[in-house]
Design a protein around this ligand. Structure first.
Ligand code: NAD
Length: 482
């Protein structure tokens, strides 16, 4: 039996096959003990009728190896095609997306000479749950789902990563001044977990000012943990301001499964011309080598790559007159890295990876089940007959047991009772009924109320139960309410 570690490889679309070939050649030359099994994903799979971009048998290969090195693919637009990246991350439970972004000043042109940031992006939840509906002819919704276990896993991962790689600080970005429940719980869990790591500095920024500071003074950041959407956007920003998105790789980590890739896409316009920079995929592959306990090979590849960067051997995307020395294609770049295996950078810091270290494994806390009480319902209506007062005056007549109308909002703003005539209203109304003194209800009361609303001729588009956990309301107030 071979000592080689089985990995699944997909060559992808566009520039994918060229950068994968370069990456595999470099790893092999550095002595990587890997055996590859190739699967087809992306355009070819989509064209063969697999709407998820992957054939069912490819999952078996992934289950066998549990490690996936993936080149970028082209996601066809429209036509019901699902992003394979999102599907793979979620199907395999790859909850942590790790994107190191470091500048290589003075060898790569960058606005930020001092920058070494690792973005830890939550990879499964948030708006990427992909649950979207058109609810009225005017209004569309996308559900933002944030869970306690999901938040705890990613926040713990960020702190464990900081410990493992000798990082000093973990920063959290959220928008919890607006999304008090979803981003609020992510922030709360961050504060809770941070207390267990007193040796690591921790801080939180509202994402808008945090993003501005990251783009302006990245030297003040170290590890940054974020919910999915902010992490997706800001890891591209972080990579680009080091010099190029083509320089950053990413690891997608789950429990016993991992996928490694470049952060950029398939750049179809550059395909087949021996132009693309393979560095992003190579950085992903280096993270893979560390993950499969071949840290010595990872170190050799990384240091040879740094030396190549220092020597000014650059692909077109990072080539700058006066800074770079030789403009090369994908193949020649790989040859240049291979020629430097065994060498170390002279000016840039050399990299070393701990040998024999195990991948980070996260265990989450057991939490007591809270006491749950149903105290009301939001019924969403598609209604276009008149204004908020007219709607409110009709709905206030509809009661069920102790349930009575509390308020109506339109796009989240309270419009009844006592709305403002200036507020613009769509045909999408959230109508809130609460029980008297917030007494616990049986769900049958909610069903009976819905039936009455429907029988009164209203078009019910959805309902949302109003819950208290351990006596605390777990739903947002209307904007302008109370
Ligand atoms: P892209 O990242 O593919 O390319 C944007 C531009 O960046 C390119 O035109 C090119 O100038 C440059 N670039 C990117 N990678 C480079 C490299 N390695 N070397 C040199 N230059 C490079 O983004 P896009 O054009 O928005 O997307 C193209 C396709 O890729 C789309 O179908 C998209 O869905 C897909 N995509 C896939 C992944 C993935 O597979 N992980 C990620 C993002 C986008």
């Amino acid at each position: 039996m071979s000592d080689k570690r089985l990995i699944t490889v997909a060559h992808g679309d566009g520039i994918g096959p060229e950068i994968m070939d370069a990456t595999l050649r470099i790893m092999e030359a550095a002595g990587a003990q890997i055996e590859t099994e190739t699967i087809t994903i992306g355009e070819k799979a989509y064209l063969n009728g697999y709407k998820a971009g992957i054939a069912p048998e490819a999952w078996d290969a992934l289950r066998r190896s549990k490690v996936f090195l993936k080149a970028p693919i082209t996601t066809p637009q429209g036509g019901g095609f699902k992003s394979l990246n999102v599907t793979t991350r979620k199907t395999l439970g790859l909850y942590a997306n790790i994107r190191p972004c470091a500048s290589l000043h003075p060898f790569i042109d960058t606005k930020h000479p001092v920058m070494d940031v690792v973005i830890v992006r939550e990879n499964e939840e948030d708006l990427y749950a992909g649950i979207e509906h058109r609810q009225t002819d005017d209004v569309f919704q996308c559900l933002k789902l944030i869970s306690i276990p999901g938040s705890e896993k990613i926040v713990r991962y960020a702190f464990e990563y900081a410990v493992k790689y000798g990082r000093k600080k973990v920063t959290c970005f959220t928008k919890d001044n607006i999304m008090k429940l979803t981003d609020g719980i992510f922030h709360e869990i961050f504060d809770e977990v941070a207390k267990e790591y007193p040796q690591i500095e921790s801080e939180h920024w509202i994402v808008d000012i945090g993003a501005a500071k990251l783009a302006d003074t990245p030297e003040n950041f170290d590890v940054i943990v974020m919910p999915n959407l902010y992490g997706d956007v800001l890891s591209d920003v972080a990579a680009q301001i080091t010099g190029s998105v083509g320089l950053a790789g990413s690891a997608n980590i789950g429990d016993g499964f991992a996928m490694f890739e470049a952060i950029h896409g398939s750049a179809p316009r550059r395909a087949g011309q021996n132009l693309a920079n393979p560095s992003g995929l190579l950085m992903g592959a280096i993270q893979m080598l560390v993950y499969i306990d071949q840290a010595d090979v990872a170190e050799k590849v990384h240091n040879a790559w740094l030396k190549t960067m220092e020597d000014g051997v650059h692909t077109y995307d990072i080539f700058r007159d006066g800074v770079s020395k030789e403009k090369v294609g994908t193949k020649e770049f790989a040859d240049a890295v291979i020629a430097r295996i065994g060498q170390e950078p002279q000016t840039l810091a050399k990299v070393s990876y701990e040998k024999g270290s195990k991948p980070i494994e996260i265990k989450i806390k057991e939490r007591p089940e809270p006491k749950k009480e149903l105290i009301g319902v939001d019924i969403f209506l598609d209604w276009r007959v008149g204004g908020p007062d007219e709607l409110g005056d009709q709905l206030v007549q509809i009661t069920e047991g102790t349930l009575s109308l509390d308020m109506i909002t339109n796009r989240g703003v309270k419009v009844y009772p006592n709305g403002f005539p200036e507020t613009f209203c769509t045909n999408h109304w959230r109508c809130r009924w609460l029980s008297a003194d917030e007494q616990p209800l049986d769900y049958s009361a909610i069903l009976a109320l819905q039936t009455k609303v429907s029988q009164a001729g209203f078009d019910v588009i959805k309902t949302e139960n109003l819950i208290k956990f351990d006596g605390e309301r777990q739903f947002s107030a209307g904007q302008g309410q109370g």
